[in-house]
Design a protein around this ligand. Structure first.
Ligand code: NAD
Length: 485
């Protein structure tokens, strides 16, 4: 069934995928999806109704027992098939991600690889799902065992910045362990998920095992209200993550809710500066700063400040901003007019609160894409811990440059933040690296690495307002989340 052409200019009104069929939503509510580089409308996404969401949950529940009884080794065959299909479609997937999200095609290729990585790991479920036992564990002649069993129907509510990868943090593990799944993509970037489901449709999963419901409040509230939803995986902003966590508690659902971030990268005087700058470029400017792992505060310790700042400004000025699908682009647009407005508001706030604006990305024009939501690299110097730009998630290509005396001061600043997603140190000293890793209270710690992205076989961690729950996405944590064990 030809549901989508890879990188078509207009994908039309998107569909839901329920019980192995493509279905039109009858909802009277729909939103436009725009290409952030051109601002052209490239699709309409329906906001599915409560009844439609309920129907998806109930058909999944009805089909569950048959999937639960399918041997894990048989379930994994669908994953091996999906992997083959995704490898073949690798470039098409990346192009769609780049077009609808705006990130560079290279970033989108990396994201596509992360999706496939999770399929790879979930294909090993025959080892991952094993339980454990103890002979004579209850008493002499009475053995005891733990069986890792699936629970039923789960759902994921996903953000706009990784339209490919984030659903893959969850659904492969849920489905491989014998559960049913519903993906609700971000209404800002629903096309990638539509395309992924075209591929999933070819992989041989039985009807009802994996479903797609486009939408927003009505869909999410129905997940909470329906008795057959066993748990919710969420990734998005902190206020929504907090609401999801609280509501899931009230409604008796399992929950894992990943929130926002404000990440600090610390550069010690002994850091190898060229390599450091090169590595940090991807952290601060990759995905136009719209990553939960993006660097936002750059902390220079002692006399590294001047040489670091000079190299950073040179590199920032040379960064090529353009349409993500252009192979030469090093940074694409932010997702929407509203997102751009928000970032520009933060830049103005930085100026108003007294930070020194050394590089101003506000007026940037990209030839051929004059209407696009572009913001150029922006660098503030003399940022102090009390400033709004030092504390809040900006989610744009804005660098807050701090000068601090020593590592203690930097760690104290990092710990003042309500967020705790990631932090990195750049140093040649093993002692300092170890000390930073040991003391820093964030979920993902980097040593000479500015993007501390957990591979599929590790959990994607986060502390404080960056994560609500105990079991994370990916790897063994995901297997446990989707099981009774
Ligand atoms: P968002 O919170 O606006 O939306 C996330 C999802 O929640 C979307 O699917 C949206 O439809 C849904 N949603 C939002 N408000 C809702 C409501 N009132 N009722 C029901 N559903 C609602 O987040 P976003 O802007 O799409 O994503 C960016 C945020 O995600 C950033 O804060 C970023 O740091 C965070 N993020 C975190 C991680 C992580 O691992 N910690 C990873 C990626 C993104």
């Amino acid at each position: 069934m030809a549901v989508l052409d890879p990188v078509s200019r207009n994908y039309g009104r998107l569909k839901n995928y329920v019980n192995g069929e493509w279905v039109d939503s009858g909802s009277s509510k729909a939103l436009e999806v725009r290409d952030p580089a051109t601002t052209d409308v490239i699709a309409q996404v329906p906001l599915s109704t409560k009844e439609e969401t309920k129907a998806a949950i109930e058909t999944a529940q009805e089909a569950w027992w048959s999937w639960r009884e399918t041997a894990p080794g048989d379930r994994t065959r669908c994953f091996f098939k999906l992997k083959t299909i995704m490898e073949r479609e690798y470039e098409n997937i990346a192009r769609i991600i780049s077009q609808e999200q705006g990130k560079t095609i290279d970033d989108a290729r990396g994201e596509t690889r992360r999706c496939i990585d999770n399929v790879d790991v979930a294909a090993g479920i025959t080892s991952l799902q094993m339980g454990y036992n103890l002979e004579d564990g209850a008493a002499s002649n009475i053995d005891e065992e733990v069986i890792v069993s699936p629970l039923g129907v789960f759902a994921a509510v996903c953000p706009f910045n990784f339209p490919g990868m984030v659903p893959f943090w969850f659904w492969p593990y849920a489905v491989a362990t014998g559960n049913m799944f519903i993906v609700k993509p971000s209404e800002q970037v629903p096309i990638t998920t539509q395309y992924m489901f075209k591929l999933i449709d070819q992989a041989g999963f039985p009807p009802g095992v994996i479903n797609l419901v486009n939408g927003r409040e009505d869909a999410v509230n129905t997940f909470f209200d329906h008795k057959d939803i066993k748990g919710i995986s969420f990734v998005g902003s902190t206020p929504v993550a907090k609401w999801i966590y609280k509501t899931a508690g009230e409604k008796g659902k399992k929950v894992q809710a990943q929130g926002g971030a404000k990440n600090s990268l610390v550069v010690m005087p002994d850091a190898v500066l060229d390599k450091t700058v090169n590595n940090m470029l991807a952290s601060f400017y990759g995905c136009a700063g719209q990553r939960c792992l993006a660097g936002s505060n750059m902390i220079a310790i002692g006399d590294v400040a001047e040489p670091l700042l000079k190299k950073w400004l040179d590199a920032s000025r040379n960064l090529k901003v353009g349409c993500g699908l252009d192979e030469a682009s090093q940074m694409g647009p932010v997702i929407s007019a509203a997102a751009k407005e928000k970032v520009l508001g933060y830049i103005q706030k930085g100026v108003d609160e007294g930070a020194k604006l050394l590089l101003d990305g506000r007026g940037i024009k990209v030839p051929g894409f004059e209407k696009g939501h572009f913001i150029g690299p922006t660098v503030f110097d003399d940022v102090t811990p009390d400033m709004t730009i030092a504390k809040e998630e900006i989610f744009g290509p804005v660098v807050c440059f701090h000068r601090m005396k020593n590592l203690d001061e930097a760690i104290e600043f990092i710990h003042q933040s309500p967020f705790g997603n990631a932090s990195s140190i750049y140093t040649q000293s093993g002692k300092l690296a170890r000390e930073f890793r040991y003391r820093c209270q964030v979920g993902n710690v980097g040593i000479n690495v500015g993007l501390v992205a957990a591979m599929a076989y590790f959990p994607f961690a986060g502390y404080k307002d960056s994560f609500f729950g105990d079991l994370h996405g990916q790897g063994q944590d995901a297997v446990k989340f989707f099981s009774d064990r």
